[in-house]
Design a protein around this ligand. Structure first.
Ligand SMILES: Nc1nc(=O)c2c([nH]1)NC[C@@H]1CN(c3ccc(C(=O)N[C@@H](CCC(=O)O)C(=O)O)cc3)C=[N+]21
Length: 291
C-alpha cells in the first residue's frame, strides 16, 4: 500500500515554482502576487489562509492578506474586490470561504475578474473547464490531479467514483477525471445525498474520491480491494486528548480502509497540502497570462 504523501508531492511542486520565480526575478521581473481576503475569525480559515501566505513567501511569491471584520457590508467587500481587479500589481485574488451569512457568496465569486480567479470558482472558469478550454481549475481537484501525476497513478479506462457534487471539489473533480487529459479518461460516477445503493457503487470504484465533508464516512466495506482512495475531508473533530482540543479527520476511516487499498491519501498531510500547491500553480499561471 502506498501513502500518497502530500508533503512530498507539494514540496516537489513548490521547488519547481521557486526555481521559476528565481529566473523571473533574476531577469528583473516582479514575482507573482496573490491577494487573499479573509473575513471574520473562523479558526480553520485563519489556519488555511496563514498557510497560503507562508507558502507564497517560501517560493518567492508576493502576497497581500486583507482582513475584514465579520460584520463587513457586502458592498464594501465588493469594492475591495473591484480595487484588486484593477490593481495591475495583483495576479491572483482569493476570497476565503465560507463567508458570513449576510454576504451572498455567488455575488462575491462573480465579482472577481475571471483572469485573476485563481480559485477557479467564477462561472466563466467553471464553464471553460466543462468545455475542455484552458481555465483556472479549482485548487483542490487540481491538487489531486497533481498528486496522481506525482505518484504516477494510472487512471485511463478506470472507474472513478466521486462522493460529493460541490462546485469547488466534487463536480470539477468529476469533470477532470472524465476528461481526455493526463490522469483523466476515467468512467466517472458522481454520488451525493440522494444516491441509492451508495455502498455498492463505491465498491465498484477503482478510484474513490471522498468529498462529502462527513468525518470517517467511508468504511472498509465500501472500498474495492486495490482501489486508489483520495480523501478530501478536513473536519475538525473535538478531542479532549488532542493538543488544540480537536483533531482533523478525513472523510475516510483511514485505519480500516488503508490496508485494502493500492494507494491512499492521509489526512492531514494529503489533499490539503496539494490544494495549496494547486493555488500557487494557478497564481503563476495568472501572472504569465497577464504579462
Ligand atoms: N476561496 C477558498 N479557496 C480555497 O481553496 C479554500 C477555501 N476558500 N475555503 C476552505 C477550503 C479548504 N482549504 C484547505 C487548504 C489547505 C489545507 C491544508 O493545508 N491542510 C493541511 C493542514 C491541516 C490543518 O492543520 O488544519 C493538511 O491537510 O495537512 C486544507 C484545506 C482551502 N479551501
Amino acid at each position: 500500500m502506498i501513502i500518497l504523501d502530500g508533503k512530498i508531492a507539494s514540496a516537489a511542486i513548490k521547488e519547481s515554482l521557486k526555481k521559476e520565480v528565481e529566473i523571473l526575478t533574476n531577469n528583473g521581473k516582479r514575482p507573482p502576487h496573490l491577494a487573499a481576503i479573509l473575513i471574520g475569525n473562523n479558526g480553520a480559515s485563519e489556519t488555511y489562509v496563514a498557510s497560503k501566505v507562508k507558502q507564497c513567501a517560501e517560493i518567492g511569491f508576493q502576497s497581500t492578506l486583507i482582513r475584514l471584520e465579520e460584520d463587513i457590508a457586502e458592498s464594501i467587500l465588493l469594492q475591495k474586490i473591484n480595487f484588486l481587479n484593477n490593481d495591475v500589481s495583483v495576479d491572483g485574488i482569493l476570497v476565503q470561504l465560507p463567508l458570513p451569512k449576510h454576504i451572498n457568496e455567488q455575488k462575491v465569486i462573480e465579482a472577481i475578474a475571471p483572469e485573476k480567479d485563481v480559485d477557479g470558482f467564477h462561472p466563466v472558469n467553471a464553464g471553460k473547464l466543462v468545455q475542455g478550454l484552458p481555465a483556472f481549475i479549482p485548487a483542490t481537484p487540481y491538487g489531486i490531479m497533481l498528486m496522481l501525476d506525482h505518484f504516477n497513478i494510472e487512471t485511463k479506462g478506470k472507474h472513478a467514483v466521486v462522493i460529493g457534487r460541490s462546485n469547488i471539489v466534487g463536480r470539477p473533480m468529476s469533470i477532470l477525471l472524465s476528461s481526455n487529459i493526463k490522469h483523466g479518461n476515467c468512467t466517472v460516477t458522481i454520488c451525493h445525498s440522494h444516491t441509492q445503493n451508495l455502498k455498492e457503487i463505491c465498491l465498484q470504484g477503482d478510484i474513490l474520491v471522498a468529498a462529502l465533508g462527513r468525518p470517517q464516512f467511508v468504511k472498509a466495506d465500501m472500498v474495492k480491494e486495490g482501489a486508489v482512495v483520495i480523501d478530501v475531508g478536513i473536519t475538525r473533530v473535538e478531542d479532549a486528548t488532542a493538543k488544540k482540543g480537536f483533531r482533523i479527520k478525513g472523510d475516510v476511516s483511514f485505519d480500516e480502509v488503508a490496508p485494502k487499498t493500492f494507494a491512499i491519501t492521509p489526512v492531514p498531510g494529503g489533499v490539503g497540502l496539494m490544494t495549496i500547491a494547486g493555488l500557487l500553480k494557478n497564481t503563476l499561471q495568472a501572472y504569465h497570462q497577464r504579462q
